[in-house]
Ligand binder design. Sequence first.
Ligand SMILES: Nc1ncnc2c1ncn2[C@@H]1O[C@H](COP(=O)(O)OP(=O)(O)OP(=O)(O)O)[C@@H](O)[C@H]1O
Ligand SMILES: C[C@@](O)(CCO)CC(=O)[O-]
Ligand SMILES: [Mg+2]
Length: 397
Amino acid sequence: MLAEPLTLSAPGKAILHGEHAVVYGKAALAVALNLRTFLQIKPSNNGKVLICLPNIGTSATWETFRLRTLLTLFSDGLDESKSPSPEQMDALKEFAGITTELSATESLGTLAFLYLYLSISAKYGQIPSVEIVAWSELPTGTGLGSSAAYCVCLAAALLTACGAIGCPVEAEKSVVRWPEEEMDLINRWAFRGEQVIHGKPSGVDNSVATWGGVLRFQSGKFTSLKRVPTLRILLTNTKVSRSTKILVASVKDKILKFPAIMNPVLASIDAISHECESVLEAMAESPSQEYYPVLEELFDVNQHHLNVIGAGHSSLDNVCRVTATHGLHSKLTGAGGGGCAITLLRPDIDPLMVEAARQDLNACGFECWETSIGAPGICLHSLSSLKAEVLRIFNSV
Ligand SMILES: Nc1ncnc2c1ncn2[C@@H]1O[C@H](COP(=O)(O)OP(=O)(O)OP(=O)(O)O)[C@@H](O)[C@H]1O
Ligand SMILES: C[C@@](O)(CCO)CC(=O)[O-]
Ligand SMILES: [Mg+2]
C-alpha cells in the first residue's frame, strides 16, 4: 500500500518497422527512447483523487465516494479479451462531464485514468485518496508512444497504490524495478488504458514502455533482442497533429476496401521487420559499415508502403525529401499522418552534414533532436535521482 510519495517513469518509443501492420498480426521492431514520462503519486487524506496533466493542460479532482458509485460497472475484473465497453466509456464521459468529441486530447488522458482507476479498484480494492501528477519529456500525440508511456506509468502507480503489486523501494538504490510477473501485470493493465486512447492497439507500444530495450512484437507476444548495435537516430517532429486512434481506423478502412491490394503490402512490411531484425543481429555480432545501406533501403521501401496504406502525410514526405538531399534516409514512425519521422545516422557521418540537415528541417518549421535507442522500461526513482527539471515540474503543480 502507498505510504510515501512514489515517482516512476516509462520511456517513449520509436518503431523502426511494422507500425500498422502489427495491428494485423505482422511483426514490428520497436525501440525504447531516452525521452520519458514521469508520474508522481502521493497519498492524501482529504477523501479526494486529484490528477494533474500539465502536458495537456488538464487537471481534475473527484471525491472518492463519488467514484465508488461507478465501481459496479467495472467489476468484471481483468479479462484481457474484454476491451472497455461503450457503456463504461459513456458512463465515464458523463461522470467527468466530457461533452467534446471522444478523440479530444484532454478527454482521452482523463478517461484512460478514470478507466484504470476504477477497473483496478474493482479488482483489487479501492485505491485510497491520492494526488497524481504525470508529465512527459515526449511531445504528446506525435508517434513516440506518449499514450503508452502514460498508461504504463498510470498502471504501475495505481497497482502499487492498492497493493496489487509490491513497492520495491530500496533505500540505497536510485532506480528499482518490479519482478517479472508484476511487470507483466503492469503491461496488461496499461494495454487496457491504451484501448481507451487508441481503440484497437496492438500492444507494441505499452510492451516497449514496460520492458524497454529493443523488442520484436507480433500477435501479442514480444521478444527482447539480446544484442543490439548502437544506432544513432534523428527524430523530427513535423508538429502536424494527428490521432493514432483515427489513423488506425482509416488504415483499417483502406484494408477492408482493397484487401487484395493492401494485404500484400502488410506482408511486405512484415518481411521488412524480419529482414531488419536479421541485419541488427548481424551488426551486433560483427559491427561493420556495410550494413547501413541495407537499413537505409529498408527505411525507404517501408516509407513507400506506409504511404500506400494511408499513413503518410505531405509533411513526412518533406522530411524524407529534405534529409535525402543530405544523403540521409527517413521514414515516419508510429501512426503517421503527421507527427514524427526517424532518420538513420551512419556512425561515419560528417557532423556538419547532420547539422545542415537539421537546419533545413528547422527551416520547414520542424523540430529535430538526436536520440539513442534501447532505454530501460518502467522504473521507480528515488527523489534524489530525479533531474532538476522533473523536480521543478512536480514542485510547481
Ligand atoms: N503526458 C501525458 N499526459 C496526459 N495525457 C497524455 C500524456 N501523454 C499522452 N497522453 C494521452 O495520449 C494521447 C496521445 O496518444 P496517441 O496515441 O494519439 O499519440 P502517441 O501515443 O504520442 O503516438 P503513437 O501512438 O503513434 O506512438 C493524448 O491525446 C493524451 O490523451
Ligand atoms: C499504428 C500502430 O501500429 C503503432 C502506434 O505507435 C498502432 C498499434 O500498434 O497499436
Ligand atoms: Mg499512442
